[in-house]
Design a protein around this ligand. Structure first.
Ligand code: TRP
Ligand code: ZN
Length: 922
């Protein structure tokens, strides 16, 4: 049966013809499916799927005699029966993506039998094999690759699933809900039947069959119900499940406490699979996880992986309410569940770890990758208006910017009122498939706050830009902030209305935070509203016009403004800070995010001053600026210790982030056009200058922390310990820039002594990136030893691949090519492709963008290779090339050529086609 997408509006000669779907075309379904009974017969090659659907006409549908159009892809249709009468070939209409039935009664039972071949399914959508284990991935449109169905989230049904398979090869047979029956057949096969009492869309369906071990625990809900928690993994991984279980229990407790939400089934299952396109999937009662997001053991996973497991386990758990009990009407509403759930998991992680550092990590990602996405050819609002391939819209915009939009509502309403809004939302829409508009209405109804203007955040793409200017009137002690907002409109969208933007501000003097009151709003619609006579140290300015001015009194001298504290809105903010202002904020601000942001701005000013032709970093002014920054950093590092032991009143994790210079992706995002060679030179000079100046204190800090950590004994993935390791290892990586044999020996020592993966991999990466010739040998030795030690642990091998792909030393590309042909690699496993190819192309930016275009060639070839096998993976890998227009030549032309090469290859999937088409045309 033909594969691929529906027929065509835009078609290019060699591409699969593909057309867009529009939000404005949304219509309620003509039919509903009250119950769905599935019967899977998992054979050696071919699997047979029988479905019995109770279908009825949708009373609210506007077309009375509509035909039933079911979705189906890559299916082999065996038979169709309606109310027990089997249909002849002439009774239905079949094409590559639909099965159409006409002249139907108002209600009927529809039986469909199909055959599928999971072993040939490398797309990892629908039913497929991962290392010999059957599993499913149905979001967004994978269910149609299992059987003909109304594969849309507003069709919700009660599912019963029977699975039959060989008992010895597939002893574990799982689906959603509760087990309701099982039995043995005489031929060595067995069956299990599952029933899920909650109605759900097909994208939440899941099935697993394999030879898996079980790790079990339990959770008692606040109303006293006992829930069994089960994690299914391969036998070799049973010792890596403890952290996921603890994270799940913590998430269940947190959701009861913070949102009043309890789990609703007696059983919660998680299955770990090695072949998976994303992080994890929230299927009702049966989450399926990428192994990388569930397995964690101190000796094989680093702190970052532990935190990722905690965050993803919580994310999928939180979806049980924000996504499953209340789901999306259509895929344009994706941010309804994803933005809200990311906001929920971010608050959870903030409560479990350093809240400031969690915020910094999220903002870093947003400001580098999401801002880039939102200014590039794939830019879209958090509620898009159209898509060609929905899989391309699981984006940073939907997830991360979506979460920022929810966070702003949380800020505007306050935590308590926001909770009233979420209660109303869950109560009002339980069991329904709803829209972003329904969410905003619930928040409005619960709070009485008018969110009319706020809604622009859902409708408009692009990052708003704030230009902030200040002035000081010595005669009356009035300080004035004037703010202008703009948003680069996409072609055709015209000048837009202003956004409603909450801007948290404070004012600082040398003594720290100042008390002030807001005495006047100049040129505002509502002059009295925000005038606040009470003195305070922080205010939330509510921007709602293109230009607004605030006046502050109570100040003795001109203050330094701390703007956008906590990153209170997803905007760019320009203010002409002096270097001295920034050092003041870095030292004295009470908002950790703002302190970190000041350090980033400081570094950016130096980098900008260098590449703008002024060679600032080499100049005496630059040297003075670096030395002043160095003194503040040195003081931060020293004040953390009491008698050589780190005092936990100081957030070591925050100081580690302050030390870390802005990453390439962030720096690149600040420039248009991007001259990568110049940026690379500036970043190198700056980091070396800082490392040289701080060498002694970095070394002392490293040694003290090393001592303190080894005194603690066994590894714990606790926040305080993670913070110490983070600070220690950032010191180590800085020291590598000094590149003498002493520091190389230090790293080698850490590599050989490490009793946990955090320290082992940090040391390995330090050695690999150290420019000293002594380190070269040690790096070789360590890379070999590491592989010998961990070749049996797939996830650790992936870390080993990434460390090499991200090597800052020249020659990384030829090493990547070597590794592509090694036994350590498998070019059909998405985790390995992301580790090696993704590592090089998305994280080793100075080399990926090298002048000869070799990085682009590698990426284009990989995208072309993956396009027919795993289009989702191919399309995601492609992202770095979408930025081509912002680069100077030769990068610009070379990237464009790589895109053209992909566009000329045969049979482009809808996924790759959409990204390439938009990149070349917008
Ligand atoms: N809903 C999943 C999540 O955010 C996302 C997801 C998992 C997904 N697997 C996918 C989306 C495959 C598209 C395709 O937790
Ligand atoms: Zn999600």
């Amino acid at each position: 049966m033909a594969d691929g997408k529906t027929s065509s509006a835009v078609s290019s000669d060699k591409s699969v013809a593909t057309k867009a779907t529009y939000l404005k075309d949304y219509r309620a379904p003509d039919f509903l499916i009250d119950s769905t009974q599935l019967d899977f017969d998992l054979g050696r090659n071919i699997s047979r799927v029988s479905s019995v659907l109770s279908v009825r006409k949708n009373p609210v549908s506007d077309s009375a005699d509509a035909s039933l159009v079911l979705n189906g892809e890559d299916l082999n249709l065996i038979s169709i029966d309606i109310d027990g009468r089997s249909l002849a070939d002439t009774d239905y209409c079949l094409d590559g993506s639909t099965l159409q039935l006409s002249n139907l009664p108002d209600a009927f039972e529809l039986c469909i039998v199909t055959q599928i071949d999971p072993a040939k399914n490398l797309k990892l959508e629908g039913l497929y094999l991962s290392d010999g284990m059957y599993c499913t991935q149905c979001e967004a449109e994978g269910f149609r690759r299992i059987t003909y169905y109304l594969d849309r989230p507003d069709v919700m049904s009660v599912f019963t699933t029977k699975i039959t398979a060989d008992a010895s090869r597939y002893p574990v047979l799982l689906s959603n809900g509760n087990e309701v029956g099982r039995g043995r057949l005489t031929d060595g096969r067995h069956w299990v039947e599952w029933h899920d009492p909650f109605k759900k869309p097909a994208y939440l369906f899941a099935l697993v069959a394999g030879d898996l071990e079980l790790v079990e625990d339990s959770f008692t809900t606040q109303s006293g119900r006992k829930v069994a928690l089960r994690i299914y993994v391969e036998e070799k991984d049973v010792d890596k499940c403890g952290h996921a279980i603890q994270s799940l229990q913590a998430a269940m407790t947190w959701d009861e406490k913070v949102y009043g939400r309890e789990y609703d089934l007696d059983l919660y299952m998680i299955v770990a699979v090695d072949f998976f396109n994303m992080g994890a999937m929230e299927n009702k009662g049966l989450n399926i996880f990428n192994t990388s997001c569930v397995l964690a053991h101190p000796s094989t996973q680093s702190d970052i992986a532990f935190q990722r497991v905690e965050g993803v386990v919580a994310h999928e758990y939180f979806h049980n309410w924000s996504g499953n009990r209340v789901t999306c009407r259509d895929w344009f509403q994706l941010s309804l569940k994803e933005g809200f759930t990311v906001f929920r998991d971010a608050c959870f992680s903030a409560d479990m770890n350093s809240a400031t550092v969690k915020r910094i990590e999220d903002v870093s990602l947003l400001r580098s990758a999401q801002f880039a996405e939102d200014s590039g050819p794939m830019s879209h609002p958090i509620r898009p208006e159209s898509y060609i391939e929905i899989s391309n819209f699981y984006t940073l915009t939907i997830y991360e910017k979506g979460a920022e939009v929810i966070r702003m509502m949380h800020q505007l309403l306050g935590a308590e009122t926001f909770r009233l809004g979420s209660d109303l939302y869950f109560d009002r829409h339980d069991g329904q498939a709803v829209t972003c508009e329904d969410f905003v209405c619930a928040m409005e109804d619960a709070s009485g706050i008018d969110l009319t203007q706020f809604r622009l955040w859902y409708a408009k793409s692009g990052t708003p830009n704030l230009e902030v200017a200040d002035s000081w009137d010595k005669s009356n002690g009035i300080y004035t902030l004037t703010i202008n907002q703009s948003c680069r409109s996409m072609p055709g969208s015209g000048e837009s209305e202003p956004f409603f933007i909450p801007l948290r501000v404070a004012l600082l003097s040398d003594q720290g935070l100042e008390h002030f009151s807001i005495v006047g709003l100049v040129g505002s619609r509502d002059k009295n509203k925000e005038t606040n006579k009470e003195m305070s140290t922080e205010a939330v300015l509510e921007l709602c016009e293109r230009n607004q001015t605030w006046q502050f009194s109570g100040l003795k001298s001109k203050p330094v403004p701390s703007l956008l504290r906590g990153f209170s809105a997803p905007v760019k903010l320009n203010f002409d800070y002096s270097l001295t202002d920034l050092l003041l904020l870095l030292r004295e601000d009470t908002d950790g995010f703002a302190r970190w942001d000041a350090s980033q701005r400081y570094a950016m000013k130096l980098i900008e001053g260098h590449v703008s032709g002024r060679q600032l970093i080499d100049s005496s002014a630059g040297k003075a600026a670096i030395s002043e920054l160095g003194m503040v950093l040195e003081q931060l590092l020293q004040s953390g210790f009491d008698n050589g032991v780190w005092n936990h009143d100081y957030d070591a994790a925050l100081i580690a982030e302050i030390l870390r210079l802005p990453g390439y992706s962030y720096v690149i995002e600040q420039f248009d056009p991007v001259d990568i060679t110049a940026l690379h030179a500036a970043i190198e000079l700056l980091s070396q200058a800082v490392a040289k100046q701080l060498k002694d204190v970095l070394l002392a800090t490293y040694q003290r922390l090393q001592k303190q950590l080894s005194a603690l004994g066994a590894y714990r993935p606790q926040a305080e310990d993670i913070a110490l390791r983070s600070l220690k290892n950032i010191c180590l990586s800085y020291l590598m820039r000094v590149a003498d044999s002493q520091v190389a020996t230090l790293a080698y020592q850490q590599f050989t002594d490490a009793n946990n993966m955090t320290d082992q991999s940090a040391a390995l990466s330090a050695l690999v990136n150290c420019q000293s010739s002594v380190a070269e040998l040690m790096a070789m030795k360590s890379l070999n030893a590491f592989y010998q030690q961990w070749s049996h642990e797939s996830l650790v091998v992936n870390q080993w691949l990434t460390i090499q792909a991200c090597s800052e030393k020249s020659g990384a590309l030829s090493r990547v090519k070597e590794l592509m042909n090694s036994e350590a690699y498998d070019n059909t496993n998405p985790n390995k492709v992301r580790a090696l190819i993704g590592g090089y192309c998305a994280r080793n930016l100075s080399q990926f963008h090298s002048n000869d275009g070799s990085g682009y060639e590698l990426l284009a070839d990989e995208v072309i290779r993956l396009n027919p096998l795993n289009p989702q993976l191919a399309s995601r890998l492609l992202a770095p090339l979408t930025q081509w227009r912002r680069f100077v030549v030769p990068q610009k032309t070379l990237m464009q050529n790589a895109l053209l090469k992909i566009s000329h290859s045969e049979n482009l999937s809808a996924d790759v086609y959409e990204v390439v088409l938009k990149s070349l045309n917008t």
